[in-house]
Design a protein around this ligand. Structure first.
Ligand code: MG
Length: 372
């Protein structure tokens, strides 16, 4: 099987909050008629002036990928990484190609991707719904309503980005416990966007500890690994941090800075490079969870395929993009049941493009984002 063409389609999808997220959908055509699907998820984190020029990126990827065999995955991905397509978005680009190559392999074999990763050790993955950082008093009530709406749909677990305004955070957490009691579980408090040093992180965690959460993520990015280790020494709750490579896991473990690592395909560059991250974490006794950058269904299936096959997926995970987005580009979105992401079991990633949806969501990556 040989790749014959590469098509990139930029799309915009609306979130329930009114925000619009730009993505790029990847299609790798082959001489056997199969098409591999990948996704560069949520360029909303990247300023428009740093977003890739899609037509140029497509031409460069064509030059690299056409005539290559999708089963020659390791070398192909190495080439993509070496050429650093997408600049500051290079890991998003690499991840999208990795997903599309795995999708092609699975489709060619008639097997889901998890069968290429060791087989399925679970059918479903517990996931949590994100509550984004609160800035205004009215955010508290709106977010409590969101929790009630999700609870009605069977989602019993949430996570909270905290630390911009601890009074609002506390009012929200208090509201959760008053209204929903133990019906709602709080997976994590995430200070990734908060301006904490390690001393402030410890104070904040102690202040909110009574509300009962499983872990704290990214407690004090300002204070680095040593600061994180200090937080971990002084609080009685597990500490989690994102990693960009297997080497990051070693660094964090050697500094005694974490209990858990957050593994996200779009920052690691895909499934192939995520597997050694799970292996190193297991070797050094650090737990794993799968994070998110808010993927559409194609990217979420990638996370689900990986999560299905890893024995050491130890904590509830974060991929709920298809719940947050009102739009998607596939015929059947990934499914959620009772707070779990159901692992798609069709060939490859188990996703099929809906041409009409893809066409209707197509939008320049930069459109409407001036003044970001
Ligand atoms: Mg995080």
């Amino acid at each position: 099987m040989k790749i014959t063409d590469v098509t990139l389609t930029p799309v915009h999808t609306r979130r329930e909050t009114g925000l619009v997220s730009p993505h790029v959908i990847v299609e790798l055509a082959t001489d056997e008629g199969l098409v591999g699907l990948g996704e560069m998820s949520d360029f909303g984190h990247i300023p428009p002036y740093m977003s890739p020029y899609v037509e140029g990126l497509e031409a460069a990827l064509k030059e690299t990928l056409v005539r290559r065999d999708p089963f020659d995955l390791a070398r192909t991905e190495e080439l993509v990484r070496q050429r650093h397509f997408g600049g500051s978005s290079a890991s998003l680009v690499a991840c999208s190609i990795d997903l599309a190559l795995y999708d092609l392999q699975g489709k060619a074999l008639g097997r889901p991707v998890y069968d290429l990763l060791g087989g399925k050790v679970r059918d479903r993955i517990p996931v949590c719904y994100p509550i984004f950082a609160m800035r205004n008093p009215e955010d508290v009530e709106q977010n409590l309503k969101r929790v009630a709406d999700r609870l009605a749909e069977g989602h019993t677990m949430i996570r909270l980005y905290f630390g911009l305004n601890l009074d609002l955070d506390e009012a929200f957490l208090d509201g959760v416990r008053q209204r929903f009691g133990k019906q709602v579980q709080i997976k994590s408090l995430d200070a990734g966007g908060a301006p904490f040093n390690w001393q402030q992180a410890i104070q904040a965690i102690r202040r909110l500890r009574q509300y009962d959460f499983m872990l704290v993520e990214s407690p004090c990015r300002r204070s680095g690994i040593e600061g994180m280790a200090e937080v971990r020494r002084q609080v009685d709750v597990p500490i989690s941090e994102h990693v960009g490579s297997a080497a990051d896991v070693l660094r964090l473990a050697q500094a005694n800075a974490v209990d858990i690592i957050n593994i996200c395909l779009s920052s690691l560059g895909g499934i192939y490079l995520a597997r050694p991250v799970f292996a190193v974490a297991q070797a050094v006794g650090v737990a794993c969870l799968i994070g998110t950058t808010q993927e559409l269904s194609i990217g979420t299936s990638g996370q689900a395929q990986l999560g299905a096959a890893m024995l050491n997926l130890d904590y509830p995970c974060d991929p709920v993009g298809p719940i947050l987005y009102q739009d998607d580009v596939v015929r059947q979105r990934v499914r959620y049941e009772q707070g779990h992401l159901i692992v798609p079991s069709g060939p490859g990633l188990g996703m099929e493009i809906d041409r009409d949806l893809l066409h209707s969501l197509r939008r320049d990556l930069f459109a409407d984002r001036i003044g970001w």
